[in-house]
Design a protein around this ligand. Structure first.
Ligand SMILES: NC(=O)c1ccc[n+]([C@@H]2O[C@H](COP(=O)([O-])OP(=O)(O)OC[C@H]3O[C@@H](n4cnc5c(N)ncnc54)[C@H](O)[C@@H]3O)[C@@H](O)[C@H]2O)c1
Length: 359
């Protein structure tokens, strides 16, 4: 069993539930600098091995790997500390919110040999897993284009102090999900253009950066993709549409995975249309009040990571793939700043990543 420690017990609550319900992972210790939250989680899960000091968890020889669930801007520091302490790393999305530390992290990984896996949860939800399987089986033929979006009324998120800091950007926090879908199917995006704005709701709530964004992408082979995100207003009814969705248009068919709704639809090359839902898996995915946390996908991805350690294969997105996604997000940020199309290669060169990420 992979012996695990968890840093950050907000969203880390899902990770606690996932690890405590896994036969492949043993939860050894959890950490949050907020003592009251440690006590609350200890009571909730009847799991009492907590500390408020990250260093203490990293010094624990019983911990093989740590899961990082701290605010976005702290991921780089917490990843570096974990690898230096000889721990494998699972880091939640977004892997980073900047690329300044990327080269250093790659070099630390090379020196220490520690594995890093991005907890890109949306890939591990039932509809998205099924969409991937069908695509790989050739059910929709060759891919023509990808459309993905993540729209959510995240005004509640503005109660977290770090959400109102200058450094917090929905570009990384929200769009890392649909951007990951794009790169899952079209890894070699060359150029991006887009617009973003801060809505009046977001401005009123104290946000500093864009909360409403639309982008178009061009891959090296000329194929196109698009994504959008909006985070400070009501969303369309979920019976009509999903908060987060990925549409694949192929030469022979078309498929759509709806993230939180456990719903998937496909038009196959035989002209059949199927709508698939997973009522029986609701209890696996949603374990807490409402749909506030969705621990089942964490179960799925953490066990995949545990298997990768036990069996010696690479669990994706790994560090390189994850940094490729952050390089794309950074290029999108450059496009918002310049108001012009921007090239991913320029971002890669700017941050000294050419030898690491360049094909
Ligand atoms: N679907 C998903 O994969 C998903 C969903 C939600 C959040 N997240 C990610 O999880 C991360 C955390 O988000 P959240 O909503 O839980 O935020 P949060 O503010 O609720 O929780 C972060 C916790 O980290 C703790 N913390 C901060 N610095 C620390 C330190 N140095 N040592 C110990 N503890 C420290 C804080 O006390 C806090 O409890 C973000 O990066 C977010 O993007 C991922």
């Amino acid at each position: 069993m992979l012996r695990f420690g968890i840093l950050g017990l907000g969203e880390g609550r899902s990770t606690m539930s996932a690890t405590l319900n896994s036969t492949k992972i043993k939860l050894v210790q959890v950490c949050d600098r907020n003592l009251e939250l440690c006590k609350q989680r200890a009571k909730e899960f009847d799991f009492h091995h907590y500390t408020t000091e990250y260093e203490e968890m990293l010094a624990n020889p019983e911990v093989d790997a740590v899961g990082i669930y701290t605010p976005d801007k702290l991921h780089a520091t917490h990843i570096k500390m974990a690898m230096e302490a000889g721990k494998h790393v699972v880091c939640t999305k977004p892997l980073l919110d900047d690329l300044s530390d990327a080269v250093e992290i790659i070099e630390i990984q090379k020196r220490t040999g520690m594995k890093l896996f991005v907890g890109q949860s949306s890939r591990f939800f039932e509809p998205m897993k099924r969409q991937r399987e069908d695509f790989q089986k050739g059910l929709i033929g060759d891919l023509i284009t990808v459309e993905a979006y993540y729209h959510a009324d995240h005004r509640w998120f503005l109660n977290k102090p770090w959400a109102l800091e200058n450094q917090f950007k929905w570009l990384y926090g929200g769009l890392s999900h649909p951007v990951d879908f794009i790169r899952w199917y079209l890894p070699e995006i060359e150029e991006v253009m887009g617009y973003g704005m801060l809505s009046s709701n977001g401005h009123k709530g104290g946000l500093k950066n864009a909360d409403t964004m639309h982008f178009i992408f061009k891959a090296v082979d000329g194929r196109l993709a698009r994504i959008s995100g909006a985070y400070s207003g009501p969303i369309q009814p979920v019976v009509r549409d999903s908060e987060m969705s990925c549409i694949l248009r192929g030469t022979e068919g078309c498929s759509q995975g709806d993230y939180m709704d456990l719903r998937y639809a496909v038009t196959t090359k035989d002209g059949e249309e199927q709508l698939i839902t997973w009522e029986k898996k609701m209890k696996h995915y949603f374990r807490f009040e409402g749909k506030s946390h969705h621990a089942g996908e964490y179960n799925n991805y953490l066990e995949h990571f545990a298997d990768s350690i036990a069996e010696g294969f690479t669990a994706y997105p790994d560090l390189q793939e994850g940094l490729g996604t952050i390089a794309l997000l950074k290029t999108m940020e450059r496009a918002l700043d310049s108001g012009k199309p921007e090239k991913v290669q320029d971002t890669i060169d700017q941050f000294g990543l050419t030898q690491y990420l360049d094909k």
